[in-house]
Design a binder for this molecule. Sequence first.
Ligand SMILES: *[C@@H]1O[C@H](CO)[C@@H](O)[C@H](O)[C@H]1NC(C)=O
Length: 381
Amino acid sequence: MRRLSRKKALSLVKELDAFPKVSESYVETSASGGTVSLIAFSAMALLAVLEFFVYRDTWMKYEYAVDKDFSSKLRINIDITVAMKCQHVGADILDLAETMITSSGLQYEPVIFELTPQQRLWQRTLHLIQGRLREEHALQEVLYKTLLKGAPTALPPREDASTEPLTACRIHGHVYVNKVAGNLHITVGKPIHHPQGHAHIAAFVSHETYNFSHRIDHLSFGEEIPGIINPLDGTEKITYNNNQMFQYFITVVPTKLNTYKISADTHQFSVTERERVINHAAGSHGVSGIFVKYDTSSLMVTVSEQHMPLWQFLVRLCGIIGGIFSTTGMLHGLVGFCFDVVCCRFKLGVYRPRADVQLYNQANNLNHHQTPLLADEAPQE
Ligand SMILES: *[C@@H]1O[C@H](CO)[C@@H](O)[C@H](O)[C@H]1NC(C)=O
């Protein structure tokens, strides 16, 4: 009883065979079929190789969410050179929370404002990259992917020991601020804190020495990652007026970066800039200096590097191979069919004896002088 049911099951499975064996003697090969197979195999190989490159490649996925992190501190990295002596300028940060952030994390270093030819070259290259970055967004992805691999983006140090007087001041370092809007400013005089607020003591600085020409070698928010190029890096502003006010309005977008090499909390930002001459007589009031107003965006961007999973690659490979195989088979059949139709219908007067007709003629002892039965239905000329 059990044996019988097993036999039944076996025969049922046999019925399901989608690949029935065809005896070799029934298989006929042809030159056209061979050519089509060759083309199909080449196409398969080519597409499979291309697909492999797609599989090897990675791409960036952008996700946006509301920033829920409201208690952490924001780090600001600064490297600005001002064309004034260090004892004459001071930098500090005031924020909306009315907190005076001590700028003790900042160092003042007397330097020469003019760049050496090699540093100029570096700056020009940076400007070139900046220009390209503004035009093509895809370049940013390339930068993200090659982070930590590329050369450092910091200004190279002076290659010679110059004897020029050190008339400029490089202010560099980092400070931690509250994650609220704030204002980083560099003005004349050292900041003094008192209970009612703060002031810059500038009594002994004469107006003629005011020169807020500056160069921003680096300004970024969050972790400092070599390889990322920030929008203001390399900016140089020269003014011929003593009372110039420069303003930068920055919106910081927190960006979580997850690539295969690095995962970091960075911050992208967008900038608008303005500058004007302070002239109280002409109604242009204010304080000369460099003002960087920043605010954080409520949106957070997560950039993650994505990769095609292996199973998807295999499925696509099967699709390519099977698809080409069956499509070329169908095309071959169609072309052969059309060819046959054209041959048989319109190639008039071609006499092709058919085996069965010949047999019939022989059987009836028809000799060649008699009109034989025509093989083709086509009328004779
Ligand atoms: C400020 O310094 C720069 C660079 O040294 C110079 O080109 C410019 O003329 C100076 N401006 C004033 C107002 O002195």
